[in-house]
Design a protein around this ligand. Structure first.
Ligand SMILES: NC(=O)c1ccc[n+]([C@@H]2O[C@H](COP(=O)([O-])OP(=O)(O)OC[C@H]3O[C@@H](n4cnc5c(N)ncnc54)[C@H](OP(=O)(O)O)[C@@H]3O)[C@@H](O)[C@H]2O)c1
Length: 184
């Protein structure tokens, strides 16, 4: 279980499992976290790396790479709305697992990348609305499909999807946020 706690402009991540990232046969466990350049994704990736997991965190801009490396995150370029980009990222992870097959196993993906589009439904333009759905819904589906072989390649693979309680509470001024927070 992972608990995220937001206090004074910063996230704290608590992981219930002791850490070490050592799975069956003492292999290092490899996780892909999307949207690792800021917020929850960055803190989660940093914490999992500290706990001993090999974390491939996704980024879009090269400017974020040094910060990720410093936090122990393996930078993995990915635009979540683009199938070819996800496939290219999967190949990088697949290659890593092949080269480290005796010492590493794939644990799963965390679909965390997201955008915030607050506002009443009737005021939000169609393009940002469609983009929000592309990132949250289509992105999660594509990510899961592309990484499915790796997820199933070793027992116990997982797809973790970052949702939001906001999806269940429906203040009218936040309609788009709700739409984007529903995930498969
Ligand atoms: N913050 C909250 O209070 C809260 C509450 C409930 C749920 N959530 C959910 O938790 C997740 C993270 O939220 P956050 O507040 O930590 O967000 P954040 O700080 O804005 O970070 C969003 C991350 O997603 C990445 N991203 C955005 N669009 C992308 C795209 N098209 N392709 C690839 N990566 C993309 C961003 O990359 P770039 O740096 O390249 O833009 C960034 O790394 C979201 O899914 C959000 O819906 C957040």
């Amino acid at each position: 279980m992972i608990i995220l706690h937001f206090v004074e402009d910063d996230w704290t991540v608590y992981t219930a499992r002791g850490g070490g990232g050592l799975g069956a046969g003492s292999k290092k466990e490899v996780i892909v976290v999307t949207g690792s350049t800021s917020g929850i994704g960055f803190e989660l990736s940093k914490r999992l790396s500290k706990d001993g997991f090999v974390v491939f965190g996704t980024y879009r801009s090269e400017k974020d790479v040094p910060m990720m490396l410093e936090a122990g995150i393996q930078p993995l370029q990915m635009e979540i709305t683009n199938l070819s980009s996800i496939q290219a990222a999967e190949r990088v992870v697949r290659m890593f697992l092949k080269e480290n097959k005796d010492t590493a196993r794939f644990l799963g993906v965390v679909s965390n990348a997201g955008v915030l589009n607050a506002g009443p439904f009737e005021k939000v333009e169609v393009d940002p609305l469609a983009y929000t759905l592309d990132v949250h819904l289509k992105g999660t589906v594509l990510l899961s499909k592309v990484f499915m072989d790796l997820i199933k390649s070793d027992k116990g693979g997982r797809i973790v999807v970052m949702g939001s309680l906001a999806a269940l509470l429906l203040p009218p001024a936040n309609a788009v946020c709700k739409l984007g927070s529903f995930r498969p």
